[in-house]
Design a protein around this ligand. Structure first.
Ligand code: GSH
Length: 223
């Protein structure tokens, strides 16, 4: 039996969604973030030393890292579904987006979250202006422009085909959903990026996406 170790409002929502798309039977073990730190509870470290979500167990296998999990589950249980055929240009694009989501798109969004939290963290009143100046410089000088660069790139890429890897929906679209959801919530992604917004609308309309939300609980990407 596949068990998804699922943290609320997190990347593991994608794993539930993939399994719903594939129609595979699985169980969900839920973990709640610490309300103050937003970190995962220590119990997740008993499953994997990093204590991050998602983690999947399947028989003797314990696997972390969402891209690896998606690649494993789609390969093992997909029966050819949601992965472009080997040797095609679509397959290479599929691999690219599967890595890009966590390797390139997510880091500036995580930095934005960290610096936003620094600004609102409790601190002595005389330190706040200094913290705000440093944080503002990081956000205006690097983080904001990086987020814009990536949003422009993804918006242009979705002008080439209906989905990220080509004209068919694939597991790479599931992997790409998280940085896009996060960019909409806290990265300034809005109607000025019509293709990206349309992508989110299309995925939200999928019945498997909705079933995954029912299994995983309320979903607003955090970190
Ligand atoms: N690159 C990893 C990131 C894993 C990760 O940072 N997960 C977050 C949830 S979105 C987490 O567990 N945060 C809580 C914590 O770090 O304690 C992946 O894609 O699986």
């Amino acid at each position: 039996m596949i068990t998804v170790h699922h943290l609320d409002n997190s990347r593991s929502q994608r794993v539930l969604w993939l399994l719903e798309e594939l129609g595979v039977v699985y169980e969900v073990k839920r973990y709640e973030r610490d309300p103050a730190t937003r970190l995962a509870p220590p119990s997740l470290r008993a499953v994997h030393p990093l204590g991050k979500s998602p983690v999947v167990t399947d028989g003797d296998l314990t696997l972390a890292e969402s891209g690896a999990i998606i690649e494993y589950l789609a390969g093992r249980y997909g029966d050819g579904r949601l992965i472009p055929a080997a040797g095609t240009p679509e397959r290479l694009r599929y691999t690219y987006w599967l890595h890009y989501a966590e390797g390139s798109a997510s880091p500036p969004l995580l930095l934005k979250l960290v610096f936003d939290r620094i600004e609102s963290a409790p601190m002595p009143f005389f330190v706040r202006p200094i913290a705000k100046t440093i944080s503002g410089r990081a956000k205006d000088g690097f983080i904001g422009p990086q987020i814009k660069l990536h949003l422009d790139f993804m918006e242009a890429e979705l002008g080439k085909s209906a989905w990220f890897a080509g004209d068919d929906f694939t597991a790479a679209d599931i992997q790409m959903s998280y940085p896009l959801e996060a960019a909409r919530v806290r990265g300034g992604m809005d109607a000025s990026r019509p293709r990206l917004m349309a992508f989110l609308e299309k995925i939200h309309a999928r019945s498997a996406y909705q079933r995954a939300i029912e299994r995983g609980g309320p979903y607003e990407p955090l970190s």
